[in-house]
Design a protein around this ligand. Structure first.
Ligand SMILES: Nc1ncnc2c1ncn2[C@@H]1O[C@H](COP(=O)(O)OP(=O)(O)OP(=O)(O)O)[C@@H](O)[C@H]1O
Length: 239
């Protein structure tokens, strides 16, 4: 089954073509990395996938639901972690989770059960009572990922989720999210410009100047070359 399907998607800001006829699909339970240099069109793609923007050209399907025809069903199956953090720093981790659950119509014991499970998945349960301002950057990011899973989506989208984190926190978060796709069947789209966050067994999309230059299994695409070198050869940009 397909977790995420994008078909002939294009988008322009006035005369500036930001995405040009992008087509790809990600199987349910797969981890797919979207690698592109600054300005490649990653954020534009995320804005379209999350329906912040709409486009008359192309279609998007989330867990079998067409975003244009049945947006609510499609969005219900989606968890999103945006590049800019959106936690309330003055509330506890728990309150941030409860608030988000309520936005999804979840309350009471059912909500708490889901919150506990989501915090457990990211090893954050013991920090539930802490004020977010007192958490380090890595723990805040893990909390945001836990929060995005409260309504048990089938597809998780993350837009450069490790920006600003140190190497250890980056490693921990990439490991956690890889584990979510492996053990829980979550479909993951992970946008990054950092080649070291990507594994040979991940599906890879290389986006450059709004177009997909390559897609396939990372290990096969890089064919023995370090991924950063392969990316440089494809795009002229460092990763
Ligand atoms: N509001 C806008 N008006 C005009 N052009 C824009 C606008 N937003 C983005 N662009 C252009 O569209 C292209 C794609 O931008 P986008 O932000 O999607 O890239 P990105 O891969 O997410 O880059 P970054 O990693 O820097 O966020 C870039 O050339 C950018 O300059």
């Amino acid at each position: 089954m397909t977790g995420l399907r994008v078909d002939h998607l294009s988008y322009a800001y006035g005369a500036k073509q930001a995405l040009n006829d992008v087509t790809f699909s990600v199987e349910q339970g797969s981890f797919c990395a979207l690698l592109g240099p600054n300005g490649a069109g990653k954020s534009t793609l995320f804005a379209l996938l999350t329906r912040l923007f709409t486009s008359a050209q192309g279609t998007i399907e989330i867990a079998g639901h067409d975003m244009g025809r049945t947006p609510r069903k499609a969005l219900r199956e989606m968890g999103v972690v945006f590049q800019q953090p959106t936690l309330d720093l003055d509330l506890t981790a728990q309150r941030n989770m409860t608030y988000f659950a309520a936005l999804h119509g979840l309350s009471g014991k059912d909500a708490q059960h889901r919150i506990d499970a989501a915090l457990d998945r990211l090893d954050m349960r013991e920090r539930a009572g802490e004020i977010v301002r007192n958490l380090n950057g890595g723990h805040r990011r893990r909390l945001e990922i836990a929060r995005s899973l409260v309504h048990t989506p089938k597809v998780l989208l993350l837009d450069e989720p490790t920006v600003g984190l140190d190497a250890a926190a980056r490693r921990s978060i990439t490991d956690h999210v890889h584990a979510l796709s492996e053990t829980e069947g979550l479909t993951v789209l992970w946008a990054t410009h950092l080649a070291d966050e990507i594994r040979d067994t991940d599906q890879l999309l290389i986006l450059h100047q709004g177009a997909l230059l390559q897609q396939g299994l990372t290990g096969e695409l890089r064919a023995g070359e370090p991924l950063a070198d392969h990316f440089l050869a494809m795009t002229g940009a460092t990763a």
